[in-house]
Design a protein around this ligand. Structure first.
Ligand code: SF4
Ligand code: SF4
Length: 316
């Protein structure tokens, strides 16, 4: 495979966040694409995991007016003791229920948008990019899960002179990643665990392809920003921190001089703010036992990583 499938005219996104300051350098617009092959137990964007969008209902908001049930053109809703229930097979995602509900109890987890629609949203923030040297970040989910759509968006932003970052797991075919790299100014990539078996256990996939892809991008001299989501009890032990530090430090030995990102890492402390999102989706939160990051433990991780000569930032 040498590149993505022939271009599509659109794709599925679940959010566009403006004025983002933790998703790449300076002020950015972050476009979240749906679909992800990983299942990280601490995932803070569960609405981005599955590719097809679905409607969700927050029954605790319902005041029982019945407007959504009367308005649904597909008769997909019925009232139950705990609020409206949806037959997803009959739901066409028309969003009528979302529009008529006075209590904001219905919500789509994503929608189809054309490249032009996304560009229109991106262009609105151009004054902020221009004054802050920011740009656009494509995130998810996993943006490489919709490669044709992503590539079209990247090309269009490139033609407009907008800085383009791609926030990816790097769990993709190397040929695809290198193809996307031609239209990407910066990759943001998480290193989740250095041990393959532990990586599989907590993310659902092997880390081999991810580490190979990071190394390949570094060897090509492609700008990277590597990040370590610090998850208590999963990857914050000294052995993993040392292995992570050694891996990143070794990258700089294999890269052209001054390749940005190969001697630095962002440590991202864990918080459990995603819990409410899982509840909204009617899913159990697999990370419910993970405690928030202890600031002392975060400082300890930073100290270990600095022993490898790395520049370490905390936060986004
Ligand atoms: S999105 Fe449309 S079809 Fe689906 S439940 Fe709501 S009103 Fe009915
Ligand atoms: S329109 Fe909203 S408040 Fe009324 S029944 Fe439907 S979910 Fe409940």
């Amino acid at each position: 495979m040498t590149g993505p499938c022939p271009a599509r005219t659109g794709g599925t996104i679940f959010a566009i966040k403006r004025y983002a300051i933790h998703d790449g350098p300076n002020l950015r617009t972050c476009v979240f694409l749906k679909g992800c092959p990983l299942r990280c137990v601490w995932c803070h964007n569960p609405e981005g995991m599955d590719h097809p969008a679905v409607m969700v209902t927050m029954p605790e908001r319902c005041v029982g007016c019945g407007a959504c049930i009367a308005a649904c053109p597909g008769n997909a809703l019925r009232m139950t003791a705990s609020g409206p229930a949806r037959d997803h097979a009959a739901c066409s995602l028309c969003t009528t229920c979302e529009q008529v509900c006075p209590a904001l109890a219905h919500e789509a987890t994503g929608n189809e948008q054309s490249v032009e629609q996304v560009l229109e949203a991106i262009e609105k923030d151009r004054p902020f990019y221009d004054c802050s040297e920011g740009g656009v970040t494509f995130s998810g989910g996993e943006p490489l899960a919709q490669p044709g759509f992503l590539l079209e968006l990247l090309r269009a932003c490139g033609r407009r002179g907008i800085h383009r970052a791609v926030d990816t797991s790097a769990f993709a075919e190397t040929s695809l990643l290198l193809h996307i790299a031609k239209e990407t100014d910066l990759f943001l990539i998480d290193i989740k665990h250095m041990d393959d078996a532990t990586h599989r256990r907590f993310t659902g996939v092997s880390n081999k392809r991810i580490l190979t892809n990071i190394t390949t991008l570094a060897e090509y001299g492609h700008p990277l920003r590597l990040r370590l989501p610090l998850i208590p009890g999963i990857n914050d032990d000294d052995a993993n921190l040392r292995a992570t530090g050694a891996f990143i430090a070794a990258l700089s030995e294999r890269t052209p001089d001054a390749t940005p990102g190969t001697r630095s890492v962002d440590v991202l402390p864990y918080h459990s703010a995603a819990k409410a999102k899982y509840a909204k989706l009617g899913k159990a939160y697999p990370g419910s036992d993970i405690p928030p990051s202890d600031p002392q433990r975060v400082r300890h991780a930073v100290d270990i990583l600095r022993q490898f000569g790395l520049t370490v930032h905390t936060g986004g």
